[in-house]
Each structure stands twice: as structure tokens, then as C-alpha cells.
Design a protein around this ligand. Structure first.
Ligand SMILES: [Zn+2]
Length: 266
């Protein structure tokens, strides 16, 4: 399931391939992917424009669609994509390269195509006027890779909350972008048990969680998680790759399968 680093990868892929070409056609192959917008409106708002910028917040990707020539102030229009569990992007030249589960395909003037595909339809495509307004309306928390997401801000967020640390890390309205895998990895690398309640965390432990979060997300962006990561060892009964003495255990926290080490996570 795509989490923040994967969606950032999609954002970079989108930006490096699909900008600055006029959208000649917008093909909606399956209307079920459209959220809160009719097919006709979705097509009308994007056709003839160019994607000019890409932005990501948490697991949400936004691509600005600009009217060209834009000699007057026009209203802002952004394509909004959420990748759900199986969303993906494909950019290709030959129409025969269209992915089997393409839900929306943009045909560009130069003959290339960008497809948004989604096998299981947990993702969505929409058009929004403003990413900031969307983030505010949805009540999404800060993105942990934002410059303004300092340790001080993280500690303030924790101070206002109760409950298990894993639930907090996964709540999009608290921190936007983390899912099950990265929440487990962050707690594994900061040696915190996933069921630990927030009010029982010492300052040094909060700091360790924050540092692990930033480090892991940045490392994941380079697709370079070290072999001692939980990521590569999500199997019950395996020896812990970090401390070497514990055994990896599986449990359910916040309704999600959770892996942790029996020894070094407290
Ligand atoms: Zn361990």
C-alpha cells in the first residue's frame, strides 16, 4: 500500500514526465475512480490545459493544470490523486502500452500518455481548486517531511493526544502520510512498543521516534532501507535483525497487522 515515500516517488515521476504538454484528451475508463465529480466535469476542467506543477501532502498527490495561454487570472485547477492500495502511474508513448487497469488516461498533444491505474479501486481521482483548501477541509495533519515539521511541533502534537503511539502515527489527521509499514518501522527503530501509550513516553523517547521518522522517510525516498530494517523481515518468529536477541512477533494494533521485536521494543 503506497505510503508517503511511495507517493513522493509518484510525484517525482509525474513531474519528470508529464509536465508542460497540452492535454489533448482526458479518457475516463472507469467512472468509479472519480470522487465527488462527474465524468463530464472532470474532463472539461482538465482538457486543453497543461500540468505545470506537482505537489504532495501525505499520501495525496496534486498536479496543477494551467490554461495556456493564461493571459488573465483564471481560477486554479488541480488534479488530485490518491493511490489507495494499488494505485500507480504509467507514462508511455505507444497507446498499446496502456496498463490493463487504467482508470484515467491523459493523451498529450505530443502523442504521449499518462495513465492512472488502480486494480482494486481504493484510490481516487478528482479535481480541486486548491490543495491547501482540501487539506484544511479534510483536517489532514502536517506532512512529516515539511520543513515546518520540527521536533517541537511533533512534541506539541503528542502532548495533546492520548492512546497508543502506533494509532497516532497512522492517523492522517495527526500526521499525514504514514501507514502500517512505516509506523511499524519507526517504532522498531526507536525501540518503542507499538502499544505504548503516548502519556507514558519520556522526552528522549519522543525525540527518538521523531528522529527515526525523519531518517526512515528520507532513506526510503532513496529506496535504500538498510538490511537491518524491519521492512525486510516482516515474518513472525524471525530473529530480530536489529538486536539479534529478540524474536519478531505479530499482533494486531488499531486493526492492523503489526510486527515488533520481543526484546528491544519497550
Ligand atoms: Zn530486537
Amino acid at each position: 500500500m503506497p505510503e508517503l515515500p511511495e507517493v513522493e516517488t509518484y510525484a517525482r515521476y509525474f513531474a519528470s514526465h508529464a509536465l508542460h504538454q497540452r492535454i489533448a484528451r482526458v479518457n475516463v475508463r472507469d467512472e468509479r475512480i472519480l470522487a465527488d465529480i462527474r465524468k463530464e466535469a472532470f474532463v472539461r476542467r482538465l482538457r486543453g490545459r497543461e500540468f505545470t506543477a506537482v505537489r504532495r501532502h501525505g499520501k495525496h498527490l496534486f498536479a496543477r493544470a494551467t490554461a495556456k495561454p493564461s493571459n488573465r487570472a483564471t481560477e486554479e485547477t488541480w488534479l488530485h490523486l490518491h493511490f489507495g492500495m494499488t494505485g500507480d502511474l504509467a507514462y508511455y508513448r505507444d497507446a498499446a502500452g496502456e496498463p490493463r487497469f487504467a482508470k484515467v488516461v491523459f493523451d498529450f498533444d505530443d502523442g504521449a500518455h499518462l495513465a492512472f491505474e488502480d486494480v482494486r479501486l481504493f484510490g481516487l481521482a478528482n479535481v480541486v481548486d486548491s490543495p491547501d483548501a482540501f487539506i484544511a477541509e479534510r483536517g489532514l495533519g502536517p506532512d512529516p517531511l515539511e520543513r515546518s515539521f520540527t521536533y517541537k511541533r511533533f512534541a506539541e502534537i503528542l502532548d495533546k493526544r492520548r492512546g497508543a503511539i502506533k494509532s497516532l502515527l497512522m492517523s492522517q489527521e495527526i500526521i499525514a502520510g504514514l501507514g502500517n509499514l512505516y509506523a511499524d518501522e519507526i517504532l522498531f527503530q526507536s525501540s518503542i512498543h507499538p502499544r505504548r501509550t503516548i502519556d507514558r513516553l519520556r522526552d528522549a523517547e519522543k525525540r527518538a521516534i521523531y528522529d527515526a521518522m525523519r531518517r526512515i522517510l528520507k532513506t526510503a525516498l532513496k529506496r535504500d532501507l538498510p538490511p537491518r530494517s524491519l521492512f525486510h523481515h516482516r515474518e513472525e518468529g524471525e530473529r530480530c535483525p536489529r538486536c539479534g536477541t529478540g524474536t519478531l512477533r505479530r499482533t494486531v494494533v488499531f486493526g492492523r497487522t503489526t510486527y515488533y521485536c520481543s526484546a528491544h521494543q519497550r
